[in-house]
Design a protein. Structure first.
Ligand code: ADP
Ligand code: MG
Length: 232
């Protein structure tokens, strides 16, 4: 336990540092991007393409910072009682536009009774967001019936939230690599989303399990301890 605690403390210090560094780096990146775009207008085709590459790389840096920042947010542990369905709905609302842009339908299947967890709302939302975003991105671009389903249920003392897609799926080897830093199969992926997600879930005393079949799709199954009012 002692070892765990010092690790958590170190992580907190590191997180704060990372958050301020990320913030400081973002501003100059924005300025550089703006000037590159301005310069681009007066150039010949060849030099234009150099600038385009530079801008793409800047955007990549920005993405990496964003993914880290979500992990590095100052450790304000705002534990509250959360209505799971409400949080799922507000999260899918945020991400629905992204889904429809990629031609993917989003559905949530609610549970007949209201389920609650005691957790950090912002972080739980971050976890859901990462899982849903990956599910949407797993659907091949020209697939006709792309679909992401979020199902809420209960299993023993856990609220179970499943994020299922009918996307490209993964081999068992690929599944074992999930959460490894920088593991990504996407052109513009950072491979940091699930690393952050697994850490957050662990901090919530939850569990995250993936089932997947290549060519069929993936189910991410998230377990978060159920909040029981009358618990001793
Ligand atoms: P990124 O999204 O930036 O690639 P993540 O850590 O979020 O990084 O995901 C890592 C990798 O895991 C992805 O690149 C992808 O190969 C795989 N992956 C994650 N979720 C799914 C999914 N629902 N279906 C298929 N592959 C997935
Ligand atoms: Mg991702």
């Amino acid at each position: 336990l002692r070892k765990e605690r010092s690790r958590t403390e170190k992580l907190a210090v590191l997180s704060e540092l990372a958050a301020s560094v990320a913030h400081e780096i973002r501003n100059p990146l924005t300025v550089v991007r703006g000037f590159l775009q301005l310069t681009q207008q007066s150039l010949d085709e060849k030099n234009k393409s150099f600038i385009s590459t530079a801008i793409l790389e800047l955007d990549r840096a920005e993405k990496i910072i964003s993914d880290y920042l979500s992990f590095a947010k100052p450790q304000i542990e705002h534990i509250s009682v959360i209505q799971v369905e409400e949080l799922v709905n507000s999260t899918t609302d945020v991400i629905r536009a992204y889904a429809s842009m990629r031609g993917v339908e989003m559905h949530t299947l609610p549970y007949p009774e209201s389920l609650q967890v005691a957790s950090d709302k912002h972080k739980l939302q971050q976890v859901l967001m990462n899982l849903i975003k990956n599910a949407i991105e797993a659907v091949p671009e020209h697939k006709e019936d792309g679909r992401v389903e979020v199902r809420i249920s209960i299993e023993r003392n856990f609220v179970k939230i499943e994020v299922a897609d009918n996307g490209k799926g993964m081999t068992p080897e690929q599944v074992t690599r999930l959460g490894d830093p920088y593991y990504s199969t996407k052109d513009t992926g950072t491979g940091l989303g699930l690393m952050v997600t697994f850490r957050l879930v662990e901090a919530m005393d939850g569990k995250l399990i993936f089932h997947s079949k290549p060519g069929k799709g993936t189910q991410a199954v998230l377990y978060i301890p159920l909040f029981e009012k009358n618990k001793p």
